[in-house]
Design a protein around this ligand. Structure first.
Ligand SMILES: N[C@@H](CCC(=O)N[C@@H](CS)C(=O)NCC(=O)O)C(=O)O
Length: 212
């Protein structure tokens, strides 16, 4: 029986970083157990017992094991003391859940895979950028930022006055996206998102989880 929760994954992973941000913002000590999902030959076969879909992260706390980051993040917030990362009133909670869903379904595929991976990650591995895919992803990214900017209004955080899971979901995705010149240029068109990112990037939790 382990006292500290265990998170299985790698520091390059957006979703592992989301879970780590939740743990750090709550002030919870944890073990990061290295699992490289993209290693030659895939992850260790016994990892599939923790995550049958073979993704990262997986999470364990005492005898309880969990996969899927949205469940992990909410469990961390609900099961531990510390600052609440989910609004308690229904309107703000719904907005938080909506932004998490936007991050999962639109920001992750378009900002991270469509833009960052095509523009930076693939060329870094000697694989040419698929310019058509990049152009299509940039159009979707523009749509994503416009929607988020509109939902966020004046901030300072994505859901008003309180840092929430929505911020911790979006930030690792924006971090990769904003490494591209296209991403850096696009966010300048959305003053509230730009100010949010400046605020978010200064948090010690972001520095502590920066991919190596
Ligand atoms: N729905 C999963 C997604 C997790 C996910 O896609 N993780 C990525 C790393 S950021 C991964 O494991 N990718 C491996 C793959 O696609 O095979 C969650 O919310 O935890």
């Amino acid at each position: 029986m382990t006292a500290q929760p265990r998170l299985f994954g790698a520091d390059y992973s957006v979703y592992v970083r989301i879970a780590r941000l939740c743990l750090i913002e709550k002030g919870i000590e944890y073990h990061l157990v290295p699992i490289d999902i993209f290693a030659d030959g895939g992850p260790p076969t016994d990892y599939l017992a923790k995550h049958p879909f073979g993704r990262i992260p997986a999470f364990e706390h005492h005898e309880f094991s969990l996969f899927e980051t949205s469940a992990i993040a909410r469990y961390i917030d609900d099961a531990f003391e510390g600052q609440q990362l989910q609004p308690s009133d229904p309107v703000h909670r719904a907005r938080c859940n909506q932004l998490i869903s936007i991050a999962d379904n639109y920001a992750y595929p378009h900002l991270v895979w469509g833009v960052y991976v095509e523009r930076i990650s693939k060329p870094g591995r000697g694989v040419p950028t698929d310019e058509d895919k990049l152009a299509a992803a940039l159009a979707k990214a523009r749509n994503c930022l416009a929607a988020m900017s509109q939902l966020m209004r004046d901030g300072p955080w994505l859901v008003g006055e309180q840092l929430t899971l929505a911020d911790l979901y979006a930030a690792p995705m924006f971090d990769y996206f904003l490494m591209t010149s296209e991403g850096a240029e696009l966010i300048r068109q959305y003053g509230n998102l730009q100010a949010w990112w400046t605020r978010m990037a200064l948090r010690p939790s972001m520095a502590a989880t920066k991919p190596s």
